[in-house]
Design a protein around this ligand. Structure first.
Ligand SMILES: Cc1cc2nc3c(=O)[nH]c(=O)nc-3n(C[C@H](O)[C@H](O)[C@H](O)COP(=O)(O)O)c2cc1C
Length: 195
């Protein structure tokens, strides 16, 4: 698989084929991709909901703003979470790491305060998002990254004591009529980014 071609052809899917459903094998492979995502000092401050067709997905779609139809018609959605509490994160993750990693965390991250730690955890979780957006097209799976969701509503619907949602991804197969696919609408990218 040529990764450059994959990135030229992948796109944020706006219209899904509502009849297409991912297989169990594909879901298992996606779980493994998420598990293998890298993070600073291997902190893995995340957890993932993988939600298939059903009442829960329908309920979340009602709180998905402009993404409502995508959540309703996509095969699955993945909700990416980070630890709600820095204390729990430190107890459950940081304390398991090698002393060098813990020293790095104390010196470079924890000293900047709770908000900075929360932002740092979110940055790690966005790496998992990037892995998904790059890897899934190589499996022929279309995706929609979604910040445009009501995170507070997602949080109360999913109700995880330990984790809070930060971003979601819809997965499935595009409707061939989706006009935003690159064969119909060329990609728009900056060319002036190299300094
Ligand atoms: C973190 C993130 C959040 C995004 N949120 C949304 C969203 O809520 N709804 C949507 O339709 N597109 C969303 N997008 C898609 C971007 O608008 C899209 O990636 C960008 O315009 C480039 O287009 P392409 O992905 O088709 O190449 C998001 C993308 C990223 C990376």
């Amino acid at each position: 698989m040529n990764i450059l071609k994959t990135l030229q052809e992948r796109y944020t899917t706006k219209l899904y084929d509502p009849t297409h459903r991912l297989s169990k094998e594909e879901i298992e492979q996606i779980k493994e991709l998420l598990r293998l995502s890298p993070s600073s000092i291997n902190s893995q401050p995340w957890a993932f909901d993988i939600i298939s067709e059903g009442k829960l997905k329908a309920h979340l779609s009602e709180h998905s703003m402009n993404n409502k139809e995508r959540v309703r018609t996509a095969s699955h959605i993945i909700v990416i979470h980070v630890y709600r509490s820095v204390k729990t994160f430190e107890e459950e993750r940081i304390s398991t790491l090698a002393e060098g990693a813990q020293a790095f965390y104390r010196a470079k991250v924890a000293t900047r305060g709770e908000d900075a730690v929360q932002g740092w955890m979110e940055r790690q979780a966005y790496i998992a998002l990037g892995v998904l957006l790059t890897a899934l097209p190589t499996m022929g799976i279309d995706t929609t990254p979604m910040e445009g969701i009501d995170l507070q509503a997602y949080d109360s619907i999913l109700g995880h004591a330990k984790y809070r949602p930060i971003v979601a991804v819809a997965l499935g197969r595009r409707d061939p009529k989706d006009e935003t696919q690159p064969t119909l609408t060329p990609k728009s990218r900056r060319t002036d980014i190299f300094l």
